[in-house]
Ligand binder design. Structure first.
Ligand SMILES: Nc1ncnc2c1ncn2[C@@H]1O[C@H](COP(=O)(O)OP(=O)(O)OP(=O)(O)O)[C@@H](O)[C@H]1O
Length: 467
């Protein structure tokens, strides 16, 4: 075996460390000029090193909000950097020549974001999420017809990307569960998922909810100030549900935040740089809103870099049996019942109906049937009220704990009648308030002397159009 000098070993070691395709190394001068990069960055930037070296980091990586940090000699650890469609976690350390600070060395901490996530999974005690409960996954999404397969294919693509996404479709078509599944499948799945319902938050609170506020920003505010949902979603996904209900002045602020990738808390003049993926959803026709001047065109295009349109249930009729069976499994698990399916006649009726409230309405109907009907195979003829009867378009929805037997006593019948009456009355009052207030939900809520969020929830429960 030939003798290898120590010097040779060290030289080889250094060259192996630098030219390692699993670890990116880049050297940037104090003025932001890229002095050196290895093959990892050549791959990510899709350019050969001679084209990268000598360029300014700001020109080459316009999305990279990290460039400002090169102007300081401070070491930084575990920063997420966005380059094109790639996300990497990097460490930055200063480099010196003869004790003079010359610039920074950028090193990737993980070969891929997936590896970073796997590491986070091992050390994080639990998945971070600012939603009420567990997020849905792709496995929860029913639907095998062509439009649904296309939607699923697009969702897989969207989960591999970090670009903004707009999910459209009628109310109850599954926009929310789709967005949750996309986040869950993405490289951000271990980072926060923060949902904001733009229609449910009163207009005067929306800005501070989204952007937070500085100490003493307004009377009654928390003394220490408060971070908003944007900050809470840093590193993860911010889901803006019902984006079509966002007031115009907030749309302008939102556009600014998305473009600049930074926010200013209310009452502060300091910018906070953030790395947030925006996913928005709406059941409104944003193009018509742009025509009407109620939605900003520039924001629309910022949001719909990727777009998924959820089909309405009447457009995927052959999927209805799959939905009915799948939802029944979910409902029986929730209620602890033993229902196994539907009679063929029941299924034919379910398939023939047009389900204006889409999957949510179908789910509510099946839950109602599972509450009423004792037999394992559901026969909808046993129900007194079905959506396809002219009067039953909004069959009553009973609380899961109100399981009624077939041999229900008169008190049960009375309860049902009372529930129907309450719901019909609620519906009428809400409709009248909305008509009086020209569809303005804030004003309608004031008129009804209820909170806007409560109004919104009631309308959703009563299957009323939220437009
Ligand atoms: N493809 C699907 N597979 C399984 N369940 C679904 C599907 N689509 C919708 N659902 C169920 O239907 C209900 C409504 O779905 P979701 O809240 O996602 O609809 P949405 O389009 O966001 O409604 P909205 O516009 O009113 O907010 C939920 O309980 C959800 O679990």
């Amino acid at each position: 075996m030939c003798e290898i000098s120590r010097e040779n070993i060290v030289l080889n070691l250094i060259s192996n460390m630098v030219e390692n395709s699993h670890e990116g190394i880049m050297v940037v001068s104090i003025t932001g000029e890229i002095l050196f990069c290895n093959s990892y960055f050549e791959r990510i930037l899709e350019k050969p090193a001679p084209e990268i070296e000598g360029s300014s980091i700001e020109t080459l990586m316009p999305q990279c909000t990290f460039e400002l940090h090169f102007k300081s000699a401070k070491a930084q650890w575990g920063k997420t950097l966005t380059i094109g469609c790639h996300q990497i976690v990097v460490h930055k350390t200063p480099f010196y020549v003869e004790a003079k600070w010359m610039g920074s060395i950028l090193r990737t901490a993980f070969p891929t974001m997936e590896a970073a996530n796997q590491f986070a999974e091992r050390i994080l005690p639990r998945k971070l999420s600012l939603t009420d409960g567990k997020l849905h996954t792709c496995m929860d999404i029913i639907g095998e017809t062509e439009p649904m397969l296309l939607v699923k294919k697009m969702a897989r693509k969207a989960s591999r990307s970090i670009s903004n996404l707009l999910v459209t479709g009628e109310s109850g078509t599954g926009k929310t569960i789709m967005v949750e599944a996309i986040h869950n499948r993405s490289s951000r799945s271990h980072a926060p998922f923060v949902k904001v319902n733009c229609a449910a938050i009163p207009e005067n609170l929306l800005e501070s909810e989204l952007f937070g506020y500085a100490p003493g920003a307004f009377t009654g505010a928390n003394r220490e100030g408060k971070p908003g949902k944007f900050e809470a979603a840093n590193g993860g996904t911010l889901f803006l549900d019902e984006i079509g209900d966002m007031p115009l002045y907030m749309q302008a602020k939102m556009l600014q935040a998305i473009q600049d990738r930074r926010i200013e808390r209310v009452g502060s003049n300091t910018f906070i740089e953030l790395d947030v993926r925006i996913i928005a959803a709406t059941n409104r026709d944003l193009k018509a809103m742009i025509q009407a001047g109620t939605f900003r065109e520039d924001l629309y295009y910022r949001l719909k870099v990727l777009e998924i349109n959820m089909p309405s249930l009447r457009d995927i009729k052959t999927d209805i049996p799959r939905y009915a069976e799948g939802l029944l499994v979910k409902i029986t698990q929730k209620l602890g019942t033993t229902h196994r399916g539907f009679t063929p006649e029941s299924m034919a009726k379910i398939m023939a109906y047009h389900w204006p409230g889409n999957v949510r309405q179908l789910e509510n109907f099946i839950e109602q049937a599972a509450n009423f009907i004792q037999e394992d195979i559901i026969d909808v003829n046993q129900l007194t009220k079905v959506p396809w009867d002219k009067s039953g378009a909004d069959a009553q929805i009973l609380h899961p704990t109100m399981r009624l037997n077939d041999d229900s006593n008169p008190t049960d019948d009375l309860n049902t009648a009372l529930n129907n009456l309450i719901e019909d009355t609620e519906k009428q009052m809400i409709s009248m308030a909305l008509i009086k207030c020209n569809g303005n939900k804030t004003k309608a809520a004031e008129l009804l002397e209820i909170n806007r969020t409560v109004l919104y929830k009631k309308m959703k429960r009563l299957n009323m159009a939220l437009k």
